[in-house]
Design a protein around this ligand. Structure first.
Ligand code: PFF
Length: 449
């Protein structure tokens, strides 16, 4: 079976940046920034992205490009005799689990797009918005329907392949995302009193920074760049040998970071301008923002655009999560792409149901220290498998395949110049694995901060 590949450089960039830019940028980054005091946290985040995120992304890209194989096949292509391909299985399983609840959260966004467009959200009293959100995600039917819609749309786009599916739709969706984001940003910074929000984002107050904040920044850098799940690796396998991968990794990293910052610039000036608090946590966009939009002239319009923006960002990420699993299943078991996509999408949808019910009918079912199904999936995927996938890639590229081989691939065998061999070697062999271990110890509660 001939492998599919990306058709153009812009297409690769749109798809990889589309994967990186998601709920992590527009939902999570703003709320953790809000909880961790703003600018100082952002500075640490930027440092983590540059120092660790970028080199790890580069490693995933080159591993995929070198082997032209899926997330498990890539390890096998280089090391046949030892069970390294198991790290690929971990990555693929993680993508599978994350997609099941990521699609559910994207489903909540879809619910809000409808309610924003009909003006419904403008009619709920601000103090009721928390309960209102709770009642939507706690209901039995709507979240299931919306999650289904997300999974079905994702499957539709992945089904047609890399060039005619993922690339084609990313090239449409990403520019739309950018236009909406810039429009909302202009609206937000031109509000009276926007400066307080901008100060919060850009004027660091290091007294607000905590150790757990620093570790959260590090963990989020991985999540936001879609690392540790075989996604960048799989996309790398569709890139041709002449492409400048360092430039690509740099562009994806910069795009992801800029979009997160822009999302902050959309949200915080508006939040502060209307006297709301930045530290609402996960409810920031679902509870605080609707109250903010109620105060804004033409609020319903901006609100609809905002949730549309988040929905688009989420979809280009769900595409990449599904692609990792589809690439593996089609190649490993020789199943046609269409059939594999539909079957896997159905399986992922079924797995999303326990997470969905965790906010409603099954909220009383608790396991392992009081975790609902959703908490458990999120904990296992984000706090255990994700760091594990990340560290295995670093060890594999650093110690097994060898950074000198990785560098050959980065330079396309001498076609491009790469001057950072020593630094790259140190980061992949030592710094990144050490950082991931600390994230792991922190997020599993083994390290108390
Ligand atoms: N990186 C994306 C985000 O920031 O939302 C989402 C994501 C995609 C996370 C793929 C994890 C992942 F494996």
């Amino acid at each position: 079976m001939k492998r599919d590949s990306f058709g153009s450089r812009l297409g690769i960039l749109a798809a990889a940046a589309g994967s990186a830019i998601g709920l992590g940028n527009i939902w999570k980054f703003p709320f953790i920034t809000g909880q961790n005091g703003g600018a100082a946290f952002i500075l640490v985040y930027l440092l983590c992205i540059a120092l660790i995120g970028l080199p790890v992304m580069l490693s995933e890209f080159v591993l995929g490009r070198k082997t032209q194989a899926n997330a498990a096949g890539a390890f096998k292509a280089i090391e046949q005799d030892k069970p390294w391909h198991l790290s690929g299985y971990i990555a693929i399983a993680t993508a599978f689990i994350i997609l099941s609840y990521y699609a559910m959260i994207a489903g909540w966004i879809f619910s809000y797009i409808g309610r924003a467009a009909t003006g419904k959200l403008m009619t709920i009293a601000p103090e009721q918005l928390g309960d209102y959100f709770g009642s939507i995600i706690g209901s039995n039917v709507e979240p299931m329907v919306c999650t289904f819609l997300v999974v079905a749309l994702t499957a539709f786009m992945v089904m047609s392949g890399v060039k005619d599916g993922i690339e084609k739709y990313s090239k449409i969706l990403m520019p739309v995302l950018l236009v909406i984001l810039v429009g909302l940003m202009i609206r937000s910074v031109t509000l009276d009193d926007a400066s307080k929000g901008l100060e919060f984002l850009f004027k660091p107050d290091f007294s607000k920074l905590t150790t757990s904040g620093v570790l959260e920044a590090l963990g989020h850098a991985f999540y936001s760049l879609s690392l540790g799940m075989g996604i960048i690796l799989t996309y790398g396998s569709y890139i041709n040998k002449k492409e400048n991968i360092l430039k690509l990794a740099l562009q994806v990293t910069i795009a992801d970071t800029l979009i997160a910052l822009m999302a902050g610039i959309v949200i915080f000036p508006a939040v502060f301008a209307y006297g709301f608090k930045p530290d609402a946590g996960p409810g920031l966009i679902f509870i605080t923002l609707p109250a903010v939009f109620q105060e804004m002239p033409f609020g319903a319009l901006f609100e609809t655009l905002f949730f549309l923006l988040v929905g688009i960002a989420a979809l280009t990420s769900t595409i990449s999560l599904l692609e990792v699993v589809v690439a593996f299943v089609t190649e490993q078991f020789n199943i046609a792409r269409k059939k594999a996509t539909i079957l896997l999408a159905l399986a992922i949808y079924l797995l999303s149901i326990p997470s969905t019910l965790s906010f409603g009918m099954w909220s009383g079912i608790k396991m392992f220290g009081g975790k609902t199904f959703f908490d458990l999936f999120d904990f296992v995927a984000s706090n255990i498998s994700l760091p594990l996938g990340g560290i295995l890639v670093c060890i594999f590229v650093g110690w097994i395949w060898g950074t000198e081989n990785a560098v050959k691939e980065i330079t396309s065998n001498g076609l491009y110049v790469f001057k950072y061999n020593g630094l790259y070697d140190f980061i992949i062999k030592f710094l990144a694995p050490a950082a991931i271990i600390v994230i792991f110890l922190n997020s599993t509660g083994l390290l108390s901060t």
